[in-house]
Structure formats: structure tokens, C-alpha cells
Design a protein around this ligand. Structure first.
Ligand code: IPM
Ligand code: MG
Length: 362
């Protein structure tokens, strides 16, 4: 198959890790008889520097014309003081809205080889963690009306959801649960928020179409607590934009594998998805061959699975990453307290070498 992929390296370590993602994609393409063509576009801080605009129209257009989009990371302290309508984060929100990718899938998995990095006690994590957070991504308070009053003494933001927005995200939640442990927890604040009560109504109605899925609900404050108290109770968590933003950070930290976690943002299937590692742009180590490319490489696997329906190829990448970890190779961020021993064994590697290792293990 021939596919066109838009690349958004972005800022900080973005270019370092995207490079490795592309190398791995090309290696897979070669092995399996595909051709991937790439077009690199500017978005984020680098686009502010060049065009005074975090997401130039041509960048979005190139993404929309592609079969899939791979993003590294955007932002950094350099742009902390630019006006809010021009911050690098605007590029992310603009891409999500422009590409209509309303469902953000964030798997929070603990890699067994990295279990020492998990901050929770062994008896809490047991055999490991595997949670899928399904976050609504183009609605709610991040996109609702906001503003200030005339004399700047009051500000407001609005949480608003309609039934079809809730249905399309919960459909992805239910369908994901069917492929997993068949459990879905909808996280909300239905004891206070009217929009949450609508989420519950819609979820209960839709449940009739997915009778095999065990559906339950948690208030977000309780869910935040349960994620550290007993994270193994969760399979799929489906939630609104803001709650998903917060809980997905918590869940990823709980796994101890934050440098390893991928994500996919999907629309209704008629356009490209957006794939990115969940870690940030880490400007302090940018360009130093230190960044861990594995979350990006695993995001490429999600791209192959969801956008290109190349399940075999996706598994190939995931298995290769597993092999490399089994063999003890580590970048600095996942070396943990064993770092000296890993270094002494010659297994502490940089960005490029980690890419090489995955390619060799394919
Ligand atoms: C994320 C990030 C973004 C978000 C920011 C950078 C706008 O935190 O992808 O979770 O809040 O969605
Ligand atoms: Mg976030």
C-alpha cells in the first residue's frame, strides 16, 4: 500500500523522536512491501518563530490531505510569554478541531520490564496495569465560550456537550471495551454538573447496544483517588475533555512508563488520525541524542493499526519494542535507579541507537 504521512516534528525533542519514528516506519514498509511518503509541516513554537502563527493554514491543509499525521511535541519555555491566542498549545487545539479528531485514545500500560519505575506498591499493581483512557477531544470546556467582563474583574469558561458529541465518543469507548476486558467506567461530576448528567443518560441508553460491557460511573474526584488506590479495577475510562486531560496524566504517571506512552486521536474515520507520544517537548535535552523515541515509535504502531488497518505491521513494531526492552536496552529516562549498572553493561543508549535497535528487532 502507498500512504502519505504528514509529519509535525514541532519543538524541543520533537524532531529527534520523529526522525526515529520515520526510520521505523520505513523499515516496516520495506519489509512488508508498502511505500510511505512524508511531508513535513511546521506547527507549534517553530511556526510562531517563522510565521507568527502556531498553526498556519498550509500546515493544517497538508495534514488534512494526508492519510495520517505524526506529531512529535510542541511548546517550550521560549514561548511562555507570547499572547494566549498564539501559544504553541493553540496548534494542538487547532489541529484537533481542524482534523475533527474527537476521540483521544491514551493507553496507560505498565511495561513489565520497567515495573521498578512504577511509583505504587507491588501489591497494588500486581501483574501490571493496562488502562485505556478515551478522552473527548474537541468539545467541552476547552472549546466552549469563554471571556471576561468589561472591567476585567471576572472571567468564565463553559462546559457544553450535545448528545451526538457524547454518543460518538462513548461509541468508541464501548467498542474499545469490547476488544478488551469489556468494562467501561464513565468518569464525570454528575452530582454537580448538568452536562455530566447528560453523559450518564446517553451512556445508559447506549449500554443496551453493548450488553456484554460492564458499565459503571465514577465522580472524577473519586476516580482520581481510585487510580492510585486500586488502578487494576479499570479497563476503559471514558470521559470529557478536561477530566480526560487530567486523569490521563495521572494514569500515565502511575504506570511509571510516561516516556513510553503513545496516543491516537481519531475522528469518524473519513479523515486522517493524529498520533503523538504523550510526553512533552523536553527542551533541556533537545538535539542531544538523549530523548526516548519509543513512545513515538509506539504511536507509529497505533497509526498503522487505526489509520492504515495494518494490524500485522503494528504488532511487529510493538513486539520489536518489547524485545529491545527484554534485552535490557534503556534510554536515560527509563533506566531508573539501575542506571549505573545499565551503563556499565553498555546498555544505556541514545535516541538514534534506540531507533537502530527497534529496527534490528523488527
Ligand atoms: C494534552 C496537553 C494539551 C491538552 C495541552 C498542551 C493543550 O496537556 O494533550 O493533554 O490539554 O489537551
Ligand atoms: Mg494534558
Amino acid at each position: 500500500m502507498e500512504k502519505k504521512i504528514a509529519l509535525i516534528p514541532g519543538d524541543g525533542i520533537g524532531p529527534d523522536i520523529i526522525k526515529q519514528g520515520v526510520r521505523v516506519l520505513d523499515a516496516v514498509a520495506k519489509k512488508c512491501g508498502h511505500v510511505f511518503n512524508y511531508e513535513t509541516v511546521l506547527a507549534g513554537g517553530c511556526a510562531i518563530d517563522k510565521f507568527d502563527n502556531p498553526l498556519p493554514k498550509e500546515s493544517l491543509d497538508t495534514c488534512l490531505a494526508a492519510d495520517s499525521v505524526l506529531l512529535g511535541a510542541v511548546g517550550g519555555p521560549k514561548w511562555d510569554d507570547v499572547p494566549s491566542n498564539k501559544r504553541p498549545e493553540k496548534a494542538l487545539l487547532g489541529l484537533r478541531a481542524g482534523m475533527k479528531v474527537f476521540a483521544n485514545l491514551r493507553p496507560a500500560v505498565m511495561f513489565k520490564q520497567l515495573s521498578a519505575a512504577c511509583p505504587l506498591k507491588d501489591e497494588i499493581v500486581g501483574e501490571g496495569l493496562d488502562i485505556l483512557i478515551v478522552r473527548e477531544l474537541t468539545g467541552g470546556i476547552y472549546f466552549g465560550d469563554r471571556g471576561r467582563n468589561a472591567d476585567n474583574t471576572e472571567a468564565f469558561d463553559t462546559e457544553r456537550y450535545n448528545v451526538s458529541e457524547i454518543e460518538r465518543i462513548l461509541k468508541i469507548g464501548f467498542e474499545s471495551a469490547m476488544k478488551r476486558q469489556k468494562k467501561m467506567c464513565v468518569v464525570d461530576k454528575a452530582n454537580i454538573l448538568e452536562s455530566s448528567r447528560l453523559w450518564r443518560e446517553v451512556a445508559n441508553k447506549m449500554h443496551k447496544d453493548y450488553p456484554e460491557v460492564v458499565l459503571d460511573f465514577l465522580y472524577v474526584d473519586n476516580a482520581a483517588m481510585q487510580l492510585v488506590r486500586n488502578p487494576r479495577q479499570f479497563d476503559v475510562i471514558a470521559t470529557s475533555n478536561m477530566f480526560g486531560d487530567i486523569l490521563s496524566d495521572e494514569a500515565s504517571q502511575v504506570t511509571g512508563s510516561i516516556g513510553m506512552l503513545a496516543s491516537a486521536s481519531l475522528g469518524d474515520g473519513t479523515g486522517p488520525g493524529l498520533y503523538e507520544p504523550i510526553h512533552g517537548s523536553a527542551p533541556d535535552i533537545a538535539g542531544k541524542n538523549l530523548a526516548n523515541p519509543l513512545a513515538t515509535i509506539l504511536s507509529c504502531a497505533m497509526m498503522l493499526r487505526f489509520d492504515f488497518k495494518m494490524e500485522k505491521e503494528a504488532l511487529m513494531i510493538e513486539k520489536a519494542v518489547d524485545t529491545v526492552l527484554d534485552e535490557g536496552w534503556r534510554t536515560g529516562d527509563i533506566a531508573g535507579s539501575d542506571i549505573d549498572a545499565i551503563k556499565a553493561a553498555g546498555k544505556l543508549v541514545g535516541t538514534d541507537k534506540m531507533g537502530d535497535l527497534v529496527i534490528n528487532a523488527l
